[in-house]
Write a protein that binds this ligand. Structure first.
Ligand SMILES: NC(=O)c1ccc[n+]([C@@H]2O[C@H](COP(=O)([O-])OP(=O)(O)OC[C@H]3O[C@@H](n4cnc5c(N)ncnc54)[C@H](O)[C@@H]3O)[C@@H](O)[C@H]2O)c1
Length: 332
């Protein structure tokens, strides 16, 4: 019997980008299928544990995100670390590895840099939501928090929705908003707002991408027809959940935990699964309606799912193998 000599493919961020991992198309296609599979109960996704060492900032943590997608499909884990003050030291806030496992043997077959995939899959969720939940023909996008996640959201939306005319930017650090405005120069009109309220009032699609743990975004700031994609989860006052025409999540179980706003509302008895309009995958599968009138205010609460990371990483891995990209590593 030949000696078993397992190997795995290591993909750096540059490798991931080289096979299409730095634009929206790969992610939107992979996620459409994965989110429908998730809604149909055809994925396996244990609740993600948060490792918090000490009593730090809300964004100081490492999260383990395992999932299985497809049949026979692929299994894997995203292991994503975060420190809120990394950007002040010139580092990205989040850093991540994704490990993919062959479901036949459960051996690891690939290790991928996960920060790029994580940012783009998060942006692709917003793109899919915008297809179904934004007002058709929307022109104004508002971004609160101009870090890596926010920038990628804007890049992805501009790629998928060429009708966007103006991007309104706000950041607690005005220089971050001005830097992004300069980066977007020539692609779209930009406006830097001194106050979050001013930016939010202008948006058809509103994207909080901050690291706040204190809600500031009020329902009365939202104009009729707004899609509010609550990417950073803690920005939106409770009343927005209670007054929005539709509340959509990626996964109810993941949203209703860890004292996040939905969980707080459920514990207080003012929100429940019955009041939820849908999980996003149900809307993509066509079993629940998306936007039904131009005036609806719709709140998407995307906690972020391992299923998304693993489905996207599997597509990146398949392309890299086919194109001979990456570095093979011996396991033994
Ligand atoms: N839902 C998901 O699937 C998902 C996935 C990835 C990241 N995220 C979240 O996205 C958020 C942003 O991540 P990042 O990597 O871009 O972080 P980052 O630290 O690089 O950028 C955050 C930006 O927000 C600004 N900011 C902080 N508080 C603010 C406030 N109250 N008002 C306005 N601006 C504020 C900061 O100055 C900074 O420029 C994080 O909260 C992260 O957890 C969500």
């Amino acid at each position: 019997m030949p000696e078993h000599d397992p190997r795995l493919l290591y993909l750096t961020r540059r490798d991931v980008a080289a096979v299409g991992g730095a634009s929206a198309g790969l992610y939107v296609d992979a996620l459409r299928a994965a989110l429908v599979a998730h809604a149909e109960g055809a994925t396996v996704q244990p609740l993600k544990p948060y490792l918090r060492a000490g009593k730090g900032h809300i964004a100081d943590r490492i999260i383990a995100m395992p999932a299985h997608v497809g049949e026979p499909g692929v299994s894997g884990l995203k292991w994503i670390g975060s420190k809120h003050d990394n950007p002040a030291a010139g580092r990205e806030r989040a850093s991540a590895l994704i490990v993919l496992n062959d479901p036949e043997t459960n051996y690891p077959v690939a290790i991928l840099e996960g920060g790029l995939i994580s940012a783009w899959r998060t942006a692709a969720v917003t793109c899919l939501a915008a297809e179904h939940l934004a007002r058709p023909g929307f022109t104004d996008v508002t971004l609160i928090g101009c870090g890596v996640i926010g920038r990628t959201q804007v890049d992805a939306l501009l790629e998928r929705f060429p009708g966007i005319g103006t991007v309104h930017l706000h950041d607690l650090r005005p220089e971050a908003a001005h830097e992004l405005a300069a980066r977007l120069d020539g692609r779209v009109a930009t406006r830097v707002a001194a106050e979050a309220e001013d930016a939010v009032r202008a948006g058809d699609v509103v994207l909080p991408c901050t690291v706040t743990d204190r809600p500031y975004l009020e329902f009365d700031w939202l104009k009729p027809g707004t899609l509010l994609a609550n990417v950073s989860i803690m920005d939106v006052h409770k009343e927005v959940f209670l007054r929005a025409d539709k509340v959509v999540v990626d996964d109810w179980e993941q949203s209703n935990r860890e004292k996040k706003i939905i969980n707080q509302l459920v514990l207080e008895g003012s929100f429940s699964r019955e009041q939820l309009h849908a999980e996003l995958g149900e809307i993509l599968a066509g079993t629940r309606p998306g936007r039904e009138s131009t005036g609806e205010i719709i709140l998407l609460n995307p906690m972020g799912m391992a299923v998304e990371d693993i489905a996207c990483a599997a597509e990146v891995h398949a392309r890299a193998e086919a194109q001979g990209v990456g570095t093979w590593l011996d396991l033994y």
